[in-house]
Design a protein around this ligand. Structure first.
Ligand SMILES: [Zn+2]
Length: 245
């Protein structure tokens, strides 16, 4: 008696992953990443449950810069520990955290808005933004960004900023954004670094990379639907509305 064919249980060959962007190889666009010299340092803190390998942008973003660090975790004792090197003055680092602040409600001007401890528009925007030496981005959904904010009290020593983006996210309908000012991590970096460094070319380069990722995603998705993020089984709570901090 021969064994019946066991096709249902046979796992498909795993799709190989790029060691740099950690995306499935068909979605990797690392070969087209243009290096950018950045004056401000970049630290990307990724929530451990942020695992949208297909559409996530943290590592693609970091791949553009010599001075960029991606850390996966929930909390670190200080900015220096998170960065892995000493930081003399945390106040010269911006943390991009929207929270409940809405640039539109604050009647803020400009695409980058510094907030004070009370969540109000800070006095002397130019003075604050002009002194910044680094930027911390929180990579994950809304609730994941919130968790990172509350679990890392050292962020209160940094300068909180929010964005007032001139254009909505290029994700379009690929992700449901609960707020108009919700951008992907790479788009947020494009806005904040181009603005602070006064270099529109940074935004052009990063946004072009993101466009390439989305084009690749749409092409690949048609042929390999298994790469698309799947809804969780019933009863699981991780089918979330997503947002890039
Ligand atoms: Zn890659």
């Amino acid at each position: 008696m021969s064994n019946p064919p066991d096709t249902a249980a046979a796992p498909a060959d795993p799709i190989p992953e790029c060691p740099h962007c950690q995306k499935p190889m068909p979605l990797c666009i690392c070969d087209s990443v243009t290096p950018i010299e950045n004056r401000l340092s970049l630290l990307i803190l990724q929530h451990p449950q942020e695992q949208d390998r297909a559409l996530g942008t943290a590592r693609l973003l970091a791949g553009h810069f010599a001075d960029a660090t991606v850390r996966v975790g929930l909390s670190w004792p200080s900015l220096s520990k998170a960065l892995g090197q000493p930081v003399e003055n945390a106040a010269r680092w911006a943390v991009l955290y929207l929270g409940s602040a809405r640039a539109a409600d604050l009647e803020a001007e400009g695409e980058i808005v510094a907030l004070n401890r009370k969540g109000e528009v800070a006095e002397n925007q130019r003075g604050i933004l002009g002194k910044l030496e680094g930027v911390v981005l929180l990579d994950g959904t809304w609730s994941q960004a919130k968790a990172l904010w509350w679990r890392n009290p050292w962020m209160l020593k940094c300068q909180r900023v929010i964005l007032n983006p001139a254009h909505p996210s290029r994700y379009g309908r690929l992700r449901k954004e609960p707020r108009k000012d919700g951008l992907s991590t790479i788009e947020a970096a494009a806005t904040i670094l181009a603005g602070l460094e006064r270099r529109p070319d940074i935004a052009e380069t990063l946004n072009a990379s993101f466009e390439r990722l989305l084009i690749r995603y749409r092409e690949v998705q048609a042929e390999m639907p298994e790469l698309a993020p799947k809804p969780a089984p019933k009863g699981r709570r991780d089918f979330r509305r997503r947002k890039r901090a």
